[in-house]
Design a protein around this ligand. Structure first.
Ligand code: PNS
Length: 157
């Protein structure tokens, strides 16, 4: 079975990394979809976000992971990839309302179900936006993102 795991990954965090690692053991193929809005620039350019995740895949020895950018709907990208399921991580109850809305809309608009996978509690309070804020104020981020992400972010300063 092939799954599509969409997110902004701006940047990838250790929480995302943990989830992808677990997915690589559960499914034959894992496609990590890096969503972006063509009209807005993210914090890291989308091609950098993709490159960083590809480097993490190499570093971790994941051989069933593919990383693709997508500019529109997650369901369209998932179908293009011929994925059987969408996967989303849940850090806790606060994530649920948004994720339920997205999962319901995505199922209404397509035949794709969403599988929710609980995040490791270790990373329950970690988010890409928190990492971005730490970077802006010059705090160290090495405990929160994979080394490949830390290197790229450090090189931007
Ligand atoms: O990491 P994030 O920011 O929580 O990821 C959100 C993302 C990219 C998964 C979500 O915004 C998304 O699926 N965007 C693509 C647009 C889309 O499919 N919208 C319909 C869902 S209601």
């Amino acid at each position: 079975m092939k799954v599509f795991y969409p997110g902004s990954f701006d940047p990838i965090t250790n929480g995302h990394k943990d989830l992808i690692s677990r997915l690589t053991k559960m499914f034959e193929r894992v496609v990590v979809g890096v969503g972006y809005n063509p009209l807005k620039t993210g914090w890291l350019p989308v091609e950098v976000r993709v490159e960083v995740i590809e480097q993490v895949a190499l570093d971790e020895g994941w051989n069933n992971v593919e990383v693709v950018p997508f500019p529109g709907l997650a369901i369209d990208a998932a179908k293009e990839q011929e994925a059987h399921l969408l996967v989303k991580g849940l850090r806790g109850a606060p994530d649920l309302p948004t994720e339920m809305t997205q999962a319901t809309l995505n199922r209404d608009l397509s035949s794709l179900e969403t599988l929710f996978v609980p995040s490791d509690p270790k990373w329950a309070n970690l988010s890409s936006s928190a990492v971005r804020e730490l970077v802006i104020f010059g705090a160290p981020i090495a405990s929160y993102v994979p080394p490949a992400a830390e290197r790229v972010i450090r090189s931007l300063k």
